[in-house]
Design a protein around this ligand. Sequence first.
Ligand SMILES: CC(C)(COP(=O)(O)OP(=O)(O)OC[C@H]1O[C@@H](n2cnc3c(N)ncnc32)[C@H](O)[C@@H]1OP(=O)(O)O)[C@@H](O)C(=O)NCCC(=O)NCCSC(=O)C[C@@H](O)CCCCCCCCCCCCC(=O)O
Length: 719
Amino acid sequence: MAQYTRASGFVGLITLQNPPVNALSAVVRQAIVDTVKIALSDPKVKSVVICGQNGNFCGGADIKEFGGEMTGPPLIPMIHAIEAANKPMVAAIEGNALGGGLELALGCHYRIAHSKARLGLPEVTLGLLPAAGGSQRLPRLIGVPDALDLITTGRIVTAAEALRLGIVDQVTEHNTVDAAVKFALSVAGQPLDARRISTFPCPRPPDSDALFEEAMRKVRGSARGAMAPVACVQAVRAAATLPYERGMEREKELMATLFTSGQARALQYVFFAQRAVGRWSMPSGAGWDTSKPRPVNKAAVIGLGTMGRGITVALAQTGLSVVAIETQEKQLMEAKQAVTSMLERGAKRRGAAPALDRISYSRNIQAVADVDLVIEAVFEDMALKLEVFRQLSAFCKPGTLLCTNTSALDVDELARGTPNPELVVGMHFFAPAHVMKLLEVVYGKRSSPQAVATAMQLGKKMGKASVAVGNCRGFVGNRMLRLYVEQAFFLLEEGATPELVDGALEEFGFPMGVFRMSDLSGLDVGWRTRKAAGQAQPGEASGQSARIRNGSRYSPIGDLVCEQGRFGQKTGRGWYQYDKPGSRVARSDPWLHSFLEQYRARHGLVARSIDRQEVLERCLYALVNEGFRILEDGIAAGPEDIDVIYVFGYGWPGHRGGPMFYASTVGLPKVLERLEHYHQAHPDVPDLQPCGLLRRLVASGSPPVHRWREVIKKLHSQL
Ligand SMILES: CC(C)(COP(=O)(O)OP(=O)(O)OC[C@H]1O[C@@H](n2cnc3c(N)ncnc32)[C@H](O)[C@@H]1OP(=O)(O)O)[C@@H](O)C(=O)NCCC(=O)NCCSC(=O)C[C@@H](O)CCCCCCCCCCCCC(=O)O
């Protein structure tokens, strides 16, 4: 688990061996302690290099150990022993030096990194802080402002940036271990006092109180209730204000609170869920381990509206050649300009050259002739998409994968319109497509596993959290969202205001409540869908029938607001009012409140007092209940798929672990009881009826979320 050898006669070489990322498990920590002792006691050894096997330094503490009892030597004394060593200790950093991995390197006296190495303290993303001395050493090494930035955001830096910040001493293009060994020989025998970071005074910026207050204000504003970013600021403040030993005590104290918090458990669940969704499977049993993706070197995007432009940028940034096609000259020119500036902005941020020459633009759909994959992103209209697919089938070379970027349309219907339905899959991107991390890969009844594998691999290359899901109206994300929005409308009918509903959801941790979100994305989007589904009818009939569709309760409130031309931010009016069209600051709107009063009066509805708890239970449990139905229907393979979709695509707070994980923390019996209660109170809302799978899980003792798949499998095998 850590190999000890000698290099160039006088250098002890310790190689961490714990594939795939050389995480610091108990066995690895023990091996480091033992090998360091050997190296330090060997009189022939003048200096020591620590490196990682297979071109990867270390991915940090072993997160899998956090769930159980911690055994083996602790990290902090291990790193102290390295720092206190009387022979130069050099970290040879290739691949990743993250979390505890970087903390180990900071305990060394020197750090040599390969130019492609990535370094960072991403503990905050796991609900933790760098608690093996990282929060105390990094500010001492690089100063408070940069340390605050890295520790509170978990941002990973390149070797070049690490060198600029002073985290590493040297960057090499060549063999890092060789360079480190050479370096270690060159510093053998030199005094080490000035190399022990824990002894450095922490450079205090002139107005450090104001700096920390500003940092705290910033993290509280963006943390949405997450504790770790706040604790990170407190830990760095301790580094700046306390002697090292007392700072370490503070680091330990803060870590203990985070470590035992539900938030850390939730975020670590999300970390593993994100990896689990990569091991996708289809109901046929085909999956990631049996399906080989096809190579994709050149792709086409059809339709250069907002989505098409974002997809073009995402593909080009991945290194693919892209043909961007838009039939209207004016739109094509506008799109070219927009794509160019998006690429330039992105390149500037990354300090790289923009990938402009990877894109060619065309008005002619025949330009798809030599591409390996097409992503159609035209207007959300089945007839139009069918026509595009007909043309694609005629002009693409055999075997080209045909993907549709639809948020709800039937992938099977589109596939039926082509001679090769096995080549058709949905790729549901989220706006802006080059920024948002989520991709739903939708397989239809006839999609081949290879087509799914190809789309999943492309998603991964684009840096997306890609989730394979079955085909149904709204797929996973939007299918669940419909029930959440519907409950919010019902709550308005019953006496709530947009402010109350949004306040409760934002306090829960969503970046925006349902109404502010709807104002941002445009109320007309949902209105169009409801009109197409025959739900929204022009003008409002009075009486009961206005609020019933297909025998179930329906709220026309959203349709009525749209009929007033109130489409949200873009029109300056929606559920809130804005200073002018396009402005972003939502203000409470007296018009909307009196509209709600008049609406209730017209329909004989008596407003009652609704509290935040009811808002959360109605909106969130309705959404969770649909999640159980999705699992029952086999549209998602497991709860992790749903949770990744909600955390990365719908603003669900990661520190609550996604809707299905959240339900498990609330307790499935409680969720079931509340759904039963609300269904009894609203028998005209069949969607509130608890799902059979939820009942079954409760009946089988409410197993933890990682065991739900067994119950689901059993259920499917009995169907
Ligand atoms: C490293 C990566 C960037 C690699 O990415 P890549 O895409 O190449 O690969 P994958 O992400 O797919 O990963 C492959 C595989 O490896 C698994 N894995 C990755 N990292 C880890 C890890 N750190 N531990 C375990 N397993 C890991 C991954 O799950 C995949 O396997 P799978 O089977 O799931 O497919 C990328 O992987 C990455 O970003 N990794 C995470 C990096 C990270 O976040 N590191 C920080 C870890 S936390 C840490 O280091 C903490 C330390 O600061 C301090 C620890 C001190 C502990 C002290 C505890 C004190 C507790 C006090 C409590 C007192 C309570 C009381 O009073 O009782």
